[in-house]
Design a protein around this ligand. Structure first.
Ligand code: SF4
Ligand code: SF4
Length: 438
């Protein structure tokens, strides 16, 4: 049976034309001559640089140390010379402190400290190893993974879900990772389960990736407590709450977290990074990202963290048309980048280039009260009503009607025949409510 959730959309054009450009493209390594690594790639206080201009660093060396309770370190993604430490415009509204390193081409690793195999690594040391490796959610969430692995007092977890849905338009990085490197993913899942003392692990994959389903089923063959769940292809099937609903039939209540449904979700790429950290002692220095849209050679690249968008686009053959808009991520939840000098971070699963024609925004017209946005909302909100409250600048009313549960998935905007920018409106309202403590 194909599992699913209530609401959602079928962005068919993007699924067929978007993913089709790269789903058969094997992962290709790309190493740039220079990286520019932000120290604020995770949710929480930015890390503190511990290197300066002129220092020589090895691959995997700590270049910024954790700050605050949920902080994680940042590591050099190439070996070479630090050429600058300072502010640069990245994806955020304010500049990020970045560490720029000129690659010496040697890929000389710092001394690594593996913990052991999947079965021999001491379970009580796995969480610290994950923290030391600087791992955060690679599906886009950027939440430090070691925090997710620590079960708070009074809570319990009985299921780990690995998110291999990859419902975002255009992206195929997780699809290729499951096809080509399934053992890393399964090892990572088993290590998470051991560290958290959880006996059920589920790898959830949409049914438009039949080859990946088969490969992952083979990879878990004979392993007790682990199974593959086949999901209906629907956007946003990979949203945490939608995934938990589809796979376990449990609802995460308004304002609550997945752990309140006794579930913790990790991206498949995050699980693979956890396996590297524990089994090989390797910190997070690279990731697979899809570079597609209007580029000459749409690709799945394994890029070093801190590679510029410009270098990654050139590695994919350069622009095939004049770009109109470039997204970090897919076209539904991705952010428009301010310029191609911004860097790929731990959470960047894709670069999507739209041509000028596709990038043109349609002018919104008045709401016709068709209700399509209500039907599409996977968070069971009423976007039409929330938008009316926003027009009245009624932030308190929006909060009362659960705008904070909006996952900014964009489904409402996608289906709206009046082309009202519902999703962007709710994103802004959430930021204002948080900043003003409404
Ligand atoms: S963007 Fe928010 S309001 Fe719109 S469909 Fe997604 S969750 Fe619902
Ligand atoms: S989809 Fe657009 S036009 Fe239809 S009710 Fe929602 S906001 Fe109004």
């Amino acid at each position: 049976m194909k599992l699913s959730f209530k609401g959602g959309i079928h962005p068919l054009r993007e699924l067929h034309e978007g993913k089709g450009k790269t789903h058969s493209q094997p992962i290709r390594d790309f190493v740039p001559e220079r990286v520019c690594i932000p120290v604020d790639m995770h949710i929480g206080t930015p890390s503190a640089p511990c290197v300066k201009k002129g220092d020589l660093v090895k691959l995997g060396q700590v270049i910024a140390t954790p700050v605050g309770g949920i902080g994680i370190p940042v590591h050099a993604s190439v070996s070479g010379e630090v050429i600058s430490v300072g502010p640069r415009q990245m994806l955020g509204k304010t500049a990020s402190t970045c560490i720029e390193i000129a690659n010496d081409g040697k890929d000389e690793w710092v001394e690594l400290s593996p913990l052991g195999s999947v079965d021999s690594a001491p379970a009580d040391k796995i969480v610290q190893q994950v923290k030391d490796a600087g791992i955060c959610g690679m599906g886009g969430a950027c939440f430090p993974s070691h925090i997710k692995m620590m079960i708070p007092e009074g809570k319990s977890v009985d299921t780990i879900i690995l998110n291999g849905a990859e419902c975002e338009t255009f992206l195929t990085a997780d699809h290729r990772l499951m096809l080509e490197e399934p053992q890393r993913i399964v090892d990572g899942l088993r290590l998470i389960m051991r560290a958290m003392k959880v006996s059920t692990g589920i790898i959830a994959i949409e049914d438009n990736k039949k080859d990946a389903i088969k490969v992952m089923q083979e990879a878990i063959s004979g392993l007790e407590g682990i199974r593959v769940a086949v999901l209906k292809t629907k956007y946003p099937q990979g949203g945490e709450k939608q995934l938990i609903d589809a796979v376990t039939k449990r609802q995460v209540p308004s304002g609550a977290l997945p752990i309140d449904a006794q579930v913790v979700v990790f991206n498949v790429g995050t699980a693979a990074a956890i396996a590297d950290a524990v089994i090989h002692g390797k910190p997070l220095i690279s990731r697979v990202t899809t570079v597609t849209g209007c580029v000459n050679t749409p690709s799945n690249l394994r890029v070093r963290i801190g590679t510029s968008f410009q270098d990654a686009i050139e590695a994919a053959g350069g622009f095939s048309e004049d770009p109109g808009k470039i997204f970090a991520g897919g076209s539904m939840t991705g952010l428009c980048i301010p310029g191609t000098e911004v860097s790929l971070t731990k959470a960047n699963n894709g670069i999507v280039v739209l041509n000028q024609k596709d990038a043109v925004k349609k002018q919104p017209t008045p709401c016709i009260r068709c209700g399509r946005c209500v039907e599409a909302c996977p968070s069971r909100l009423n976007p039409q009503f929330l938008n009316a409250l926003n027009d009245l600048s009624d932030l308190a009313g929006m909060k009362k009607h659960n705008v904070m549960d909006c996952t900014v998935c964009g489904s409402c905007s996608y289906v709206c025949p009046a082309k009202i920018e519902l999703c962007a409106t709710f994103k802004e309202a959430k930021e204002k409510i948080t900043a003003r403590r409404v």
